[in-house]
Design a protein around this ligand. Structure first.
Ligand SMILES: [Zn+2]
Length: 218
C-alpha cells in the first residue's frame, strides 16, 4: 500500500480556504476534509463524538482537541482518503498538529506533503469579512465594497432594510481574526520547521491563488 499524501491548507478566515480546498481536491483527485463539515456531519448523525462535542458547545466551552482529532482519525480511515486528502480547518493549534503527526506515524496512513499557507493581511480580511449585509426577507447578501446594493441599506430584490449579522460585524470579525493569528502563528512556524510550508500570496485574485497553490504542491 502506498502512503497517502496530505495537504494541510493553512490560512485565516476570509482567505478563501474552503473555496480553494474544493478546487484543489477536484484538480488533484484528493479528498477534501473540512473540519467544519465533519463537525456538522457528526452532530447531524448524532454519533458518540457528535454528542460529546455538542455537550461542550452547549456549555459554551471549546471542544477539546481529542474529540476533534478522533473525528479526523476516523475520517482519514475512509476508503476515499486512500490516495490522499486536503485538510481544511484542521489542525488549528500546535497541539493538534502534533497529534496529527503522532497519528500518521502510528497508523502509517500517510505523510504530510505540503502545508500551503494562504497569507492575507488582517486589514484585508476585516474588509472582506466585515462588510457583509443581509436581508431578512430573502437572505440576500451584499458587501459594502465588493457587491453593494443599488440603494444603500436596501435589498435590490425586495427593497427591505439590510442588517448586519452578529458574525459579520466589524468587532466580531476583528476578534475572530485576532484569535486566529494568536493560535495559528505557532502552527505556521511548526510547518516551516518541518520544511513543508509554502507561503501563498492570498491578496491576488482567486484564480491566481489557485494556480500558485497547485504549483506549490506539485
Ligand atoms: Zn432581499
Amino acid at each position: 500500500m502506498t502512503m497517502a499524501e496530505l495537504i494541510v491548507l493553512l490560512g485565516p478566515p476570509g482567505a478563501g480556504k474552503g473555496t480553494q480546498a474544493k478546487v484543489l481536491s477536484q484538480t488533484l483527485g484528493l479528498s477534501h476534509i473540512s473540519s467544519g463539515d465533519l463537525f456538522r456531519d457528526h452532530l447531524q448523525r448524532k454519533t458518540e463524538l457528535g454528542i460529546l462535542a455538542q455537550g461542550y458547545m452547549q456549555r459554551g466551552e471549546l471542544v477539546p482537541d481529542n474529540v476533534t482529532i478522533s473525528m479526523i482519525r476516523e475520517r482519514m480511515r475512509d476508503k476515499d482518503c486512500g490516495k490522499g486528502a486536503i485538510l481544511d480547518g484542521f489542525p488549528r493549534t500546535v497541539a493538534q498538529a502534533e497529534a496529527l503527526d503522532q497519528f500518521l506515524a502510528d497508523s502509517k496512513l500517510g505523510t504530510i506533503r505540503k502545508g500551503p499557507y494562504i497569507k492575507v493581511e488582517s486589514q484585508v480580511l476585516v474588509d472582506r469579512l466585515g462588510g457583509r449585509w443581509s436581508c431578512r426577507a430573502g437572505g440576500h447578501v451584499y458587501h459594502e465594497k465588493f457587491n453593494p446594493p443599488k440603494v444603500a441599506g436596501k435589498c435590490d430584490v425586495d427593497g427591505t432594510d439590510l442588517y448586519q449579522r452578529e458574525d459579520d460585524k466589524a468587532e466580531t470579525v476583528k476578534n475572530r481574526i485576532r484569535v486566529y493569528f494568536e493560535q495559528t502563528a505557532p502552527l505556521i512556524e511548526y510547518y516551516r520547521r518541518k520544511g513543508v510550508l509554502a507561503e501563498i500570496d492570498g491578496a491576488k485574485p482567486i484564480e491566481e491563488v489557485t494556480g500558485d497553490l497547485l504549483a506549490s504542491v506539485r
